[in-house]
Design a protein around this ligand. Structure first.
Ligand code: B12
Length: 210
């Protein structure tokens, strides 16, 4: 069934995709299996966009489908065991980038895992992160970005946090489609995460949660 979901999303069959998601939820497929399949499909959409088979409207429809799927799956994620308040995480998509589907999943998973999360939204300038750190006083800052352009914005954000004298007060994690160890080094972040659960593990480690 997850293969059917991957194909339905990748081939832009919105109605079928949502129907399959609902059937998977009813059939007891875990929320993570559904989100993994959806992500695999979005990778295919991305490839087809790169190859010139798809254009911006398809990217937009894929994003819309993903948001609807996340809405269906959210109540299921909330049923996962947990809930003990661990600490505070500030998160946002960096300046120049408006991709937020992945960030929203990370935010939701952090919240469901017991963190107080302040989500600043998308296209957030470095100074806005700095101001929010001063006011919200998180232990962890999460920077999300999908564009290669976002690497510079992440670097500038880490530098602005440093310049404000706040670098040793927070741990910084980054994530998004193309992030790897090299990008981590370039930006000056403390770690990167490939998926939402990696973000939760990092935040737990840094906030001293068991
Ligand atoms: C949907 C989509 C869009 C939607 C976004 C809708 C939205 N609300 O987010 C729209 C249509 C708006 C869009 C716009 C554009 N897009 Co776009 N988009 C995509 C697409 C198809 C899927 C992205 C996605 O949501 N994936 C699913 C989520 C769940 O995955 P994820 O983000 O990776 O999230 C997980 C992890 O990364 C991680 N994570 C995410 N954030 C964080 C943060 C932390 C701290 C941690 C620890 C972990 C973490 O956890 C998440 C959950 O497990 C990708 C292709 C692809 N390969 O995926 C292209 C893609 C990212 N887009 C691309 C491009 C080029 C654009 C545009 C420039 C197109 C244009 N010509 O206008 C614009 C950019 C506008 C801007 N300034 O940002 C390129 C980027 C190329 C590059 N190297 O920079 C891609 C790769 C497509 C391609 N192959 O060319 N896009």
């Amino acid at each position: 069934m997850s293969k059917q979901l991957v194909n339905a999303i990748a081939d832009m069959r919105e109605e079928e995709a949502l129907k399959v998601v609902k059937e998977m939820v009813e059939g007891g497929s875990g929320p993570m299996a559904i989100l993994d399949a959806a992500r695999e499909a979005l990778d295919l959409v991305g490839q087809r966009y790169e190859e010139g088979i798809y254009f911006l409207p398809e990217l937009m429809l894929a994003g819309e489908m993903m948001n609807q799927i996340t809405d269906i799956v959210k109540p299921e994620l909330a049923k996962l065991p947990e809930i003990k308040r661990h600490g505070k995480v500030l998160i946002g998509t960096v300046e120049g980038d408006i991709h937020d589907i992945g960030k929203n999943i990370v935010t939701f998973m952090l919240d469901a895992s017991g963190f107080d999360v302040l989500d600043l939204g998308v296209d957030i300038p470095p100074q806005k992160f700095v101001q929010a750190i001063q006011e919200f006083q998180p232990q962890v800052v999460g920077l999300s970005g999908f564009l290669t352009l976002a690497f510079d914005a992440m670097k500038e954000t880490v530098e602005a946090i440093q310049a404000a004298g706040l670098r040793d007060k927070v741990k910084i994690m980054i994530g998004g489609g193309q992030i790897n160890e090299e990008v981590k080094k370039y930006t000056g972040a403390d770690a990167y995460g490939n998926d939402a659960m990696a973000g939760v593990s990092l935040a737990k480690k840094w906030a001293g949660a068991k």
